[in-house]
Design a protein around this ligand. Structure first.
Ligand code: NAD
Length: 485
């Protein structure tokens, strides 16, 4: 292994690496080869306690610093992430198998964007003054306390930053538990934050499976839980947090629609469909995996899509030319293969792909099904892999009803040259994050999140501040207090 992939220790607590080998070993597997590239240990109850205690005792002093001081540290960390983008991207590629071509452009840099954005915002977080005649109320925007972040495996660095940056900007302390599938990158985020001057105990990383996540969520010292994961996990974590009346942000799964009208720019629509189905080998929560294409342009769309997919460079993720890499794990690959078999069994037309790529590692071909109908399993369930379902439509009202007929509401997109229709359709989507003539853009300045079963709360943008702080109202009386007796 040319790169040091074994971390100094499994956990980062109170400003330092910490090890406890009594925890269950978690092998870290490079998806492109199946090789074990590191081993970490799940947090024991003692480690969980140590992390929560460190966060709890450090938080008040952090919250007492001015927002500008806190923000300066976050912005310094953002600069350091950008300076080290190459090394961080290589590590992210080892952790996830995603092509370096993607990780160098998106992963660490979008984490840096969040640290820079919330670092910039920290100094301007205020309450308000509410005049009531001579008396008045002022509000104080206060931190929630100890926040827990729990990550999925598809964007380990980004998720660690998207949760950490607003939490820390608001004066909270965080304990982040990465996915057990991709435990390496969050440790680097912690290391960099501390090098940038973060006080010990404010951003801690501990490893483990669901039970470690659950131990964090149920601890009475924890005030807020932000999860990125699947809907079934979201249900469990939300319920556990509810028992303690904790604040939550839930970033969950999706089965998002993308509607391509007959007047769309086909080349752009094909680009959007490629980005929304095959980037990160399809392992993106907001993907537009139900692609509704107007009957009049369906064959032209499929022909151009197939041609463009032929240009995908499938290979070694470390090669900067590679544009399509493996699935994150053998388990995920097997799950997705099961869906491909279901699609064929249900009578969908396999236009391209469908097979494992003939090489080591967990590679599946980019796969497109056409003639998919709404009731098929591949049109209803989140696959989380490189499988696109193309469905036909002719009528706008009909396609809108079908697009919204899902338990999920994460994202949705529309391709059309008709501006009035574009905005009407966007308004009609039952989804939190929508796109017009584009797909899967996620700038830090815009709220990101889902409706319906896809989640509650928003990440990024000023909206995230509402989810990492609370208001205290202080009534100030200038005249005398009137009492009835
Ligand atoms: P997952 O639900 O299996 O696991 C997510 C995290 O939750 C992991 O860290 C896991 O260890 C932890 N966890 C599991 N059970 C838990 C419990 N009982 N208590 C506390 N923590 C627990 O998801 P995954 O397979 O890692 O990721 C894929 C899923 O994540 C997909 O459904 C995808 O759509 C979703 N996702 C959503 C977003 C978003 O922003 N909306 C982004 C990325 C991924």
């Amino acid at each position: 292994m040319p790169y040091a992939t074994q971390p100094t220790a499994s956990h980062f607590i109170n400003g330092a690496y910490v090890e406890d080998k009594n925890g269950t070993p978690i092998p870290v597997i490079y998806p492109a080869t199946g090789e074990v590239i590191a081993t970490v240990h799940a947090a024991t109850p003692a480690i969980v306690d140590q992390a929560i205690a460190a966060a709890k005792s450090a938080q008040a002093a952090w919250a007492a610093m001015s927002g500008t001081e806190r923000g300066r540290i976050l912005r310094r960390a953002a600069d350091m992430i950008r300076e080290r983008n190459h090394d961080l991207s290589v590590l992210e590629t080892y952790d996830t198998g995603k092509p370096y071509q993607e990780t160098i452009a998106v992963d660490a840099t979008s984490g840096a964007d969040a640290l820079e954005y919330f670092g910039g915002l920290a100094g301007s977080l205020t309450g308000e003054h509410i005049q009531l005649g001579e008396n008045w109320v002022y509000t104080r925007r206060e931190a929630l306390g100890v926040c827990v972040g729990i990550g999925a495996w598809n964007y380990p660095t980004q998720i660690a930053c998207w949760k950490g940056a607003p939490a820390l900007a608001c004066g909270n302390a965080m304990i982040f538990k990465p996915s057990e599938t991709t435990p390496l990158c969050a440790l680097k985020v912690a290391e960099i934050l501390h090098e940038a001057g973060l006080p010990a105990g404010i951003y801690n990383v501990i490893q483990g499976m669901g039970e470690v996540g659950n131990a964090l969520v149920t601890d009475p010292r924890v005030n807020k839980v932000s999860l990125t994961g699947s809907v079934p996990t979201g249900r469990k974590v939300y319920a556990a947090a509810a028992a303690g009346i904790k604040h939550v942000t839930m970033e969950l799964g999706g089965k998002s629609p993308m509607i391509v009208f007959e007047d769309a720019d086909i080349e752009n629509a094909v680009s959007g469909a490629i980005l929304g189905n095959f980037y990160s080998s399809g392992q993106v929560c907001s993907n537009g995996t139900r692609v509704f294409v107007h009957k009049d342009i369906k064959e032209a769309f499929l022909a151009r899509l197939t041609e463009r997919l032929g240009n995908a460079v499938i290979g070694d993720p470390m090669d900067p030319e590679t544009s399509f890499g493996p699935m994150v794990s053998e388990r995920q690959m097997t799950l997705v293969q099961g869906y491909i078999e279901k699609g064929q069994a249900e009578g969908a037309r396999l236009v391209t792909g469908g097979k494992r790529v003939d090489r080591e590692g967990f590679y599946l071909e980019p796969t497109v099904f056409a003639d998919v109908t709404d009731d098929m399993v591949i049109a209803r369930e989140e696959i989380f892999g490189p499988v696109m379902a193309v469905l036909d439509f002719t009528d706008e009202a009909d396609v809108m009803a079908r697009a919204n007929d899902t338990e999920f509401g994460l994202a949705a997109g529309v391709f059309t040259r008709d501006l009035a229709r574009a905005h009407r359709v966007a308004a009609g989507f039952e989804a939190g994050t929508c796109f017009i003539n584009s797909y899967n853009d996620a700038p830090v300045e815009a709220p990101f999140g889902g409706s319906k079963n896809s989640g509650v709360g928003r990440e990024n943008s000023k909206a995230a501040i509402e989810h990492y702080s609370q208001l205290k109202s202080v009534f100030v009386r200038m005249d005398d207090v009137e009492a009835p007796f």
